[in-house]
Design a protein around this ligand. Structure first.
Ligand code: UD1
Ligand code: MG
Length: 452
């Protein structure tokens, strides 16, 4: 395959999103639309990356550099069309010779394999290749007009098409791969005598064909080229990603008892032989090892779960949660930035934050690590084989040694040495017969009142 440079068009303001955030930075499946495009591009190992963005979109340049540290960002001050946008990238591609692949920042579903196929066809043709698709409803897309040998001779935009051309269902995704020499030679010849009065990149196909180099066609399913212009389309893209990831995980050996209710992030990593019950949400940054069971209605983000652990139902794992092998985290338990040791159990109604729980320790129902004093966060360090009685408050910073036993209802404010028993609650008082005497007194008073 040729040397590849990538140009991502992202100058659209995204007016229809009705948002202060540039359109391409909206998220689907836990990452921005733009990051999805960049991650697909990364698989092609491009020699150069140039992003064409609108004014005041520095966040877009930053996002590009987070994936490609050497990416160049250029501002297209005025949106004069896709051809004009690509022209903006020219200076940044000086000295590059090879295939230039043009991607759209708002079309995040395209797969790396599809892009590789497109680039391979471009390399074989030596000139250019266009990624097309059969549209269910072609309205609004440029139509691909092919010759007898399925080469593309013209791309006709909807507004410029004749009624006969509008019946064509083979449409332009907008993604093209083109030889750099050919691109820079033809680009200055684009006109704007069209319905929108814009410089259409698509006209380059006609110019190339006229010069005896018709474009090769690569095809992909329509679902891969879905673009985002408004929040309804953003939701449709989210749906498409979720369907893709559910299938991917199931085929890789993950059981989803009700796939339609499980939401993944693009980077979710799940080993084989994991069971996931209905209504589980994976935010970014989750890794799950083999043999884990995640029961219904759990919300998991930025967490690592080791072999054989059982999570939920109704568990919440927040960033920095590390759940050890065969540990249990049960219902209404929240774990944040905390390590739960191998075989440890936190089964009911607890908050464990900024903490360590040693192997085989048992954290009773309602235990809370009081990690925040209103100003700063403090750590709680619980050893191995500790038994924490129900409804214990551990006021951090505090250390609990191995083998400690804490009585239920304790408020622990000082460190506890290994194998000690700690009781930190008011001592129980028992007055024999006092309840009966109290009832007698109350009854007598009530009787006196009703008589009067
Ligand atoms: C374009 C194609 C059309 C194709 C469709 C697929 C052209 C002339 N038409 O039409 O054949 O079927 O995409 O969705 O290319 N952009 C800039 N600067 C500009 C103009 C556009 O950066 O000056 C960016 C947009 O942000 C967007 C992409 O280029 O990411 C496409 O632009 P858009 O205006 O949506 O083109 P369409 O009319 O949809
Ligand atoms: Mg468009």
């Amino acid at each position: 395959m040729n040397n590849i440079a990538i140009v991502v068009l992202a100058a659209g303001m995204g007016t229809r999103m009705r948002s202060d955030l540039p359109k391409v930075l909206h998220r689907a499946a836990g990452r921005s639309l733009f990051d999805h495009v960049l991650m697909a591009a990364r698989d092609l190992d491009p020699a150069r990356v140039v992003v064409v963005m609108g004014p005041a979109m520095n966040a877009v340049a930053d996002a590009a550099r987070a994936v490609f540290p050497a990416a160049a960002a250029v501002v297209q001050e005025q949106r004069l069309g896709t051809g004009h946008a690509v022209m903006m990238a020219k200076d940044r591609l000086a000295g590059f010779s090879g295939t230039i692949l043009v991607l759209y920042g708002d079309a995040p579903l395209v797969r790396p394999e599809t892009l590789k196929d497109l680039c391979a066809r471009q390399a074989a043709a030596g000139s250019l290749a266009v990624l097309g698709f059969e549209a269910h409803n072609p309205h609004g897309y440029g139509r691909l007009i092919t010759d007898a040998s399925r080469h593309i001779v013209v791309i006709r935009e909807e507004l410029d098409a004749t009624p006969a051309e509008r019946n064509i269902k083979l449409c332009n995704s907008g993604i093209i791969a083109i030889d750099s020499g050919l691109l820079w030679r033809l680009l200055p010849n684009l006109g704007k005598a069209n319905a929108k009065g814009e410089y259409y990149l698509t006209d380059i196909v006609h110019l190339a064909a006229a010069a005896g180099q018709p474009a090769a066609l690569a095809q992909c399913p329509e679902s891969e080229v879905m673009g985002v212009n408004d929040r309804a389309q953003l939701a449709a893209v989210e749906r498409a990603f979720q369907e893709r990831y559910r299938l991917k995980h199931m085929l890789a050996g993950v059981t989803l008892t009700d796939p339609a209710t499980v939401h993944f992030s693009a980077d979710t990593e799940i080993a084989a032989d994991v069971l996931i019950e209905p209504h589980v949400v994976f935010g970014p940054g989750v890794r799950v090892a083999s043999g884990v069971e995640i029961l219904g209605f759990s919300h998991i983000e930025g967490a690592v779960i080791a072999e054989g652990a059982r999570i939920g139902p109704f568990a919440r794992l927040r960033p920095g949660a590390e759940i050890g092998a065969n540990a249990h985290v049960g219902n209404y338990v929240e774990v944040k930035k905390a390590m739960i040791g191998e075989g440890a159990k936190v089964n009911h109604l607890s908050y464990i934050g900024d903490a360590k729980v040693g192997a085989k320790s048992n954290i009773g129902a309602g235990t809370i690590t009081c990690n925040y004093d209103g100003f700063d966060k403090h750590p709680t360090d619980i050893g191995a084989n500790v038994f924490v009685g129900s409804n214990t408050a551990l006021v951090a910073p505090v250390k609990v040694g191995d083998g400690v036993n804490i009585a239920a209802g304790s408020v622990i404010t000082r460190d506890i040495p290994a194998d000690a028993l700690a009781i930190a609650r008011a001592e129980q008082v028992v007055r024999e017969g006092a309840a009966a005497r109290y009832r007698q007194l109350k009854r007598a008073r009530k009787a006196a009142r009703t008589k009067a």
